[in-house]
Design a protein around this ligand. Structure first.
Ligand SMILES: Cc1ncc(CN)c(N)n1
Length: 219
C-alpha cells in the first residue's frame, strides 16, 4: 500500500466528519449563512498566506529541480488563483483586499498556521509533505462530495468549481505522489509523517467548525 493510502486510512474518520460537517453540507446546498461564509473567506485568506509560505519553504528545501519547480508553482497558484477566489467573494461582501490582509486570525487559524509554518521550518521534507497533504486531498474530496450533493447552482458554486477544477485536481495528484516518494525514501520518518498528517487533518475539521461558529477571541 502506498504512503498516501496509509495516511488516508489513518484519517478516514476525520474525512467522514468533514463531509458531514454542517458548514460543508450547507455550503453544498447553498443555505449556508452568508456571515459564516464571510468568516471563512476572511480566515481562509489569512490561512492561505501561510499555506503559500509552507510551499515556498518546502520548495526552497527540496533538493531536485523538478520538486522545487512544482512546490514553488503551487505556492504561486495559491497566491494567485486560489486567493483570487477569496478576493472576488470578499468584493461581493464589500471587503477590500487591504481589509482581508488586515483580518485578525481566529484561534483555530492561529493554531493551524502556526503548526504549518513551524513544520516548514523545523520538520523534514517528509513531514512537510504529510502536513500539507490533508489541505490538498481534503479540499478535493470535500468539494467532490459537495458537487455530488449540490442540486442546483447558487452563490457558493464558484467554491465548488475551483476545488473540483482540473488544475486543482492535478496539484493534488502531484502532492499525493510527493507524499508517496517521501514515504518510500524515508522509512524512518513514517511515524512523524503520520503524526503531522493527523494534526493537519484534525485542524482541517476544526477550520470548518471555526467558520460555522464564527469563532473569535471573545474579548
Ligand atoms: C483551511 C484550508 N485548507 C485547505 C485549503 C485548500 N488549499 C484551503 N483553502 N483552506
Amino acid at each position: 500500500m502506498s504512503g498516501s493510502q496509509r495516511l488516508l486510512e489513518a484519517g478516514a474518520e476525520i474525512w467522514a466528519a468533514q463531509k458531514a460537517h454542517p458548514f460543508v453540507v450547507e455550503l453544498a446546498d447553498g443555505t449556508l449563512d452568508p456571515a459564516a461564509f464571510e468568516h471563512w473567506v476572511r480566515q481562509d485568506y489569512r490561512y492561505l498566506q501561510d499555506y503559500a509560505r509552507l510551499f515556498a519553504i518546502a520548495g526552497a528545501t527540496a533538493r531536485d529541480e523538478a520538486t522545487m519547480t512544482e512546490l514553488l508553482g503551487i505556492a504561486h497558484s495559491v497566491l494567485d488563483t486560489e486567493m483570487d477566489l477569496h478576493r472576488s467573494f470578499a468584493a461581493d461582501y464589500g471587503i477590500s483586499r487591504a481589509e482581508l490582509e488586515a483580518t485578525e486570525k481566529a484561534p483555530t487559524c492561529v493554531a493551524y498556521t502556526n503548526f504549518l509554518v513551524r513544520t516548514a521550518y523545523e520538520g523534514s521534507l517528509a513531514e512537510i509533505a504529510a502536513a500539507l497533504y490533508p489541505c490538498m486531498q481534503g479540499y478535493l474530496d470535500v468539494a467532490d462530495h459537495m458537487a455530488e450533493i449540490a442540486e442546483e447552482e447558487h452563490r457558493y458554486t464558484p467554491f465548488i468549481e475551483l476545488y473540483t477544477s482540473d488544475e486543482f485536481r492535478a496539484e493534488v495528484e502531484w502532492c499525493r505522489g510527493f507524499v508517496d516518494r517521501c514515504w518510500e525514501a524515508a522509512p524512518g520518518e513514517r511515524e512523524a509523517m503520520e503524526a503531522a498528517f493527523r494534526t493537519s487533518a484534525k485542524l482541517e475539521y476544526r477550520f470548518w467548525e471555526m467558520a460555522y461558529t464564527q469563532e473569535g477571541w471573545g474579548l
